[in-house]
Design a protein around this ligand. Structure first.
Ligand SMILES: Cc1cc2nc3c(=O)[nH]c(=O)nc-3n(C[C@H](O)[C@H](O)[C@H](O)COP(=O)(O)OP(=O)(O)OC[C@H]3O[C@@H](n4cnc5c(N)ncnc54)[C@H](O)[C@@H]3O)c2cc1C
Length: 346
């Protein structure tokens, strides 16, 4: 098999790159296993505002501009519907929280996303403190559905190999790379935390942050919005909710733990005042980087070996835009923004 690109990994990063290559008429083959599950367990939320710090997401406007056509195209191609929209309500626990909200509403990059008033009305089932602030333009990508549909579509075309990639078997030349019976001009590694096994990129400062979430059923909670406080509580229909997430920098396994469950339940107790039942629990490692920016670019010695990683906590928003930038860099020699280019660590 002879292709332009081998893509290793089919989470949000690999999928965005595959779509960009397809859009531009390049040939490719995907190699993916299920050793990492960050995209599979993610809630899929997009939110242009970082509510913990009241700062805008890096490059948020451009990312949102690319996000909607990206999923519209995929709906047209694959036949599913992958986006849902809802409002996000930030819980104010104190008057200080309210003041911080009004300060944030005046920031030029945030004002269009934050509603500059306090919502005082009680929400059934949610503990009430000093009201809520509304974030506009938030929503969710149905990641599992889109990954499943795209995988089936690629398998049907014989372009998806469900196997682990063994780095030691890659032969690298100046003009090409060879992996078993596949010859390609370039290879892009989009392995998430799987990067740790990749001899070409394992020394990049990707720390990895484990996140765990609960899936609960709460029939008396009739939420239509995402509620954000110590955790997020996100309605997904049928009285079911995603609740998350933890941040653990020490544990690098993907298993759900009792410790994670305890933390989530303790925090949930400070938010809900109606009964609920835990249906399941998930864990995954977010590919996080210390400076909170992606890791993209060419290997310093082997220019046909490329990385697309470090999507951290916000892969949904970043991936479509970054795939476009990486493609333009590889095919049209456009420079990558230094904030995301792995050259910043040289
Ligand atoms: C609990 C939790 C909640 C989250 N919620 C959100 C959210 O609401 N919104 C948001 O934007 N982001 C969220 N994130 C972050 C988001 O999940 C990540 O930014 C994103 O999924 C990273 O995607 P990726 O493609 O880089 O990595 P991954 O999703 O990890 O994909 C990498 C793929 O490569 C495969 N792979 C790795 N090594 C090999 C190999 N050697 N051979 C073959 N295949 C290989 C893996 O098995 C996997 O399929 C959340 C993360 C977690 C853990």
């Amino acid at each position: 098999m002879q292709v332009d690109y081998i893509i290793v990994g089919f989470g949000l990063a690999g999928m965005a790159m595959v779509k960009e290559l397809e859009d531009k008429g390049r040939s490719f083959v995907v190699i993916n296993d299920s050793s990492q599950v960050s995209s599979r367990v993610a809630a899929g939320v997009f939110n242009p505002v970082i509510l913990k710090r009241f700062t805008p997401v890096w490059n948020a406007d451009e990312q949102l501009e690319n996000l909607f056509p990206f999923y519209k195209d995929l709906s047209d191609k694959l036949g599913g519907s992958y986006l849902t929209f809802f409002e996000t309500l930030k819980v104010f626990k104190t008057i200080k929280d309210q003041n911080n909200w009004f300060l944030a509403c005046d920031k030029p990059l945030l004002e269009k996303h934050l509603e500059p008033k306090i919502l005082k009305e009680k929400i059934k089932g949610i503990q009430h403190f000093e009201g809520f602030g509304k974030v506009k333009g938030t929503g969710r990508v149905l990641i599992n559905k889109v990954l499943d549909d795209y995988t089936a579509y690629l398998k049907n075309k014989g372009l998806f190999l469900e196997i682990p990639f063994v780095h030691e078997d890659l032969k690298v030349d100046i003009e090409s790379v060879v992996y078993n019976d596949i010859t390609a001009k370039k290879i892009i590694f989009a392995e998430g935390y799987g990067i740790k096994k990749n001899p070409y990129f394992k020394d990049l400062p990707l720390g990895g942050t484990k996140g765990e979430m609960l899936f609960i059923k709460a029939p008396e909670l009739k939420l239509t919005q995402q509620i954000k406080s110590a955790l997020f509580v996100l309605p997904v229909g049928d009285d079911k909710y995603w609740v998350g997430a933890t941040f653990n920098w020490a544990d690098k396994t993907t298993e759900a733990t009792e410790k994670g469950k305890k933390e989530l339940l303790e925090k949930l107790e400070t938010m809900l005042e109606v009964p609920y039942e835990v249906i399941s629990q998930f864990g995954g490692i977010r590919p996080t980087v210390k400076d909170r920016r992606p890791l993209v670019g060419k290997h310093p010695i082997h220019q046909n070996i490329i990385i697309f990683n470090g999507l951290g906590t916000r892969g949904v928003m970043i991936a479509p835009t970054l795939a476009k930038k990486l493609y333009a860099h590889l095919e049209n020699e456009e420079p990558l923004p230094i904030e995301v280019n792995i050259e910043r660590f040289n």
